[in-house]
Write a protein that binds this ligand. Structure first.
Ligand SMILES: Cc1cc2nc3c(=O)[nH]c(=O)nc-3n(C[C@H](O)[C@H](O)[C@H](O)COP(=O)(O)OP(=O)(O)OC[C@H]3O[C@@H](n4cnc5c(N)ncnc54)[C@H](O)[C@@H]3O)c2cc1C
Length: 500
């Protein structure tokens, strides 16, 4: 097997694909435009702080384990995973008492019961359902390539669809179990991870609660980038050539088949198979001539993009004992938060936000006695934000953190600050409308309705990553790598591969 494979982009999907194809014996070259591998799971260092720029929640460890074992590797030989306890802390706006989730049913059900009498039992029932959905999804849906609606709307979906809540909305589903706003927010916040809102997402995604409540939240010591180092190490060990600072300018097509790619430097890299991990909208509309696009630009204009993000990387010169590793602040008007993203795009007036303080767990990410903070406010994609607005919004968010998360004087303690938002995502990752995550997981952008991982027009051109199936998320993009591997090899099975 000395076929040449070129992978455009070294995000998690690209690195995973490189590993799988290299292990199978292909000659694999990965071409990444940026100076770092990892795509949105990027990293930078400044002033003694080391910041993971993107993902920070290591969830669903079984899915990572599956990928590593497929590659013949043991995860513990590559990463030192710590289970966080508590898993995360939630601050509620205008409420002095934060709530900790422990991913321990005895503790968490008591927490729920104290907020809403009778909810302990309902939490157990809810999590049973989430576990069931997770099992069915990972064993029967997520590892399957879809080609026609009949692949998806098969007997299993039609008979189990109701049980799997494919056809109802997340908020309506959660409301059947929990009546208070607080508990509804706790069960719904993970929809933001999927780039969608609980008012739009299919209730099927309550499987996310199985991840954070039942399986727990993990952290690779050293930082999330340890995962990228591991994936790169494994791909290289199997012979893949990983090239950074190598932006691809064009996918070369001849007689309906791809022959390779042309770099911006004008170097031609020959290939029998091209797999693009760059965002699909970008690949289709910028790297291919019009004739070779599966979908025109107007198709993309109609898609619902996942939010972008207003991110601050902060170096704080004191420890902040009020924070744990993962912290969330939920605003009172939850629906308005989502409307500010999807219906009436603007910088949210009273944003819900996420603060990661990895230095609580990992002394290597900040100088001694200091805190490394990653602050993220989900915002609409395609917002134009001037430099002045960025500064003003940053002040507003920090003031909100001081007040609502009991962090008095936070602003005075900041010794390093970098803002990263819509325009950065667009420039760094060729992200359409500066989306942070890609295509939102609405019902019409799930499974058969999500862009296929194969070009309909160009033979031997494939796609991998968050924009195709199954979708957004670090471990999910590793499934996407397995799906493109299955696609190329004509493997139609629905379950995860046992070997390659
Ligand atoms: C802020 C943030 C927080 C997140 N938090 C979490 C989390 O906590 N947990 C979780 O599981 N997931 C999280 N995610 C989602 C997860 O990180 C992504 O879904 C996943 O990393 C995307 O991987 P991908 O395979 O789609 O590739 P991407 O990361 O999108 O990488 C694509 C690569 O293609 C490259 N590229 C683009 N154009 C070209 C070109 N012309 N030539 C060569 N290369 C090119 C880009 O530079 C990039 O490196 C988060 C994402 C973000 C942005």
């Amino acid at each position: 097997m000395n076929k040449k494979v070129v992978v455009i982009g070294a995000g998690i999907g690209g690195l995973g694909t490189a590993g799988l194809f290299a292990k199978k014996g292909y000659e694999v070259t990965v071409l990444e435009k940026n100076e770092n591998l990892g795509g949105r799971a990027n990293i930078f260092e400044s002033d003694g702080y080391r910041f993971d720029m993107g993902p920070s929640w290591y969830l669903a460890p079984d899915l990572f384990e599956h990928f590593f074992s497929l590659m013949g590797e043991r995860i513990e030989d590559h990463m030192d995973l710590v289970r966080l306890s508590p898993s995360y802390r939630i601050f509620f706006s205008k409420d002095p008492k934060p709530l900790d989730i422990h991913s321990d049913i005895a503790v968490d059900s008591a927490t729920f019961e104290a907020i809403e009498p009778g909810s302990a039992e309902r939490l157990r029932a809810y999590l049973k359902q989430s576990e069931y959905q997770y099992e069915v999804a990972t064993q029967h849906f997520m590892y399957k390539n879809y080609d026609t609606v009949f692949d998806f709307f098969n007997r299993r979906v039609m008979t189990e669809g109701q049980k799997l809540s494919v056809f109802s909305k997340m908020h309506a589903f959660v409301s059947k179990f929990f009546k208070t706003r607080k508990l509804q927010q706790v069960m719904e916040y993970t929809m933001v991870f999927l780039g969608t809102s609980p008012y739009e997402a299919p209730a099927l995604y309550n499987l996310m609660s199985h991840m954070d409540f039942n399986q727990g939240v993990f952290y690779p010591q050293g930082g999330f980038y340890e995962l990228i180092k591991a994936l790169a190490r494994i791909a290289e060990k199997n012979g893949a050539d990983l090239r950074t600072n190598s932006p691809v300018a064009e996918i070369i097509v001849d007689s309906g088949a791809t022959k390779g790619v042309m770099l911006e430097s004008k170097e031609f890299v020959e290939a029998d198979i091209v797999i693009s991990n760059a965002d699909i909208q970008f690949t289709e509309t910028k790297l291919l001539g019009e004739k070779w696009r599966t979908q025109p630009q107007k198709y993309w204009n109609k898609r619902v993009m996942a939010p972008s993000a207003f991110i601050m990387y902060l170096g704080v010169k004191e420890k902040l004992p009020n924070l744990i590793h993962h912290n969330l602040l939920f605003s009172e008007d939850w629906r308005k938060n989502f409307d500010d993203i999807y219906k009436d795009p603007r910088l949210p007036e009273e944003p819900s936000l996420y603060v990661c303080a990895p230095s609580v767990t990992d002394p290597s990410v900040a100088p001694e006695g200091r805190e490394n903070l990653f602050v993220l406010v989900p915002i609409a994609s395609d917002l134009q934000i001037s430099a002045h607005e960025k500064d003003a919004y940053s002040e507003k968010v920090l003031a909100r953190m001081e007040q609502e998360m009991d962090l008095p004087g936070l602003r005075k303690k900041i010794e390093y600050k970098r803002i990263y938002t819509v325009d950065n995502f667009a420039a760094d990752y060729n992200a359409f409308k500066g989306t942070a995550l890609g295509l939102a997981h609405t019902i019409w952008q799930t499974a058969i309705f999500r862009p296929n991982n194969r070009s309909k027009k160009v033979k031997n051109l494939f796609y991998v990553g968050a924009g195709t199936n199954p979708g957004i998320g670090t471990q999910i993009c590793l499934i996407s790598a397995e799906l493109v591997y299955k696609r190329v090899h004509g493997i139609k099975s629905a379950e995860p591969l046992a070997s390659i």
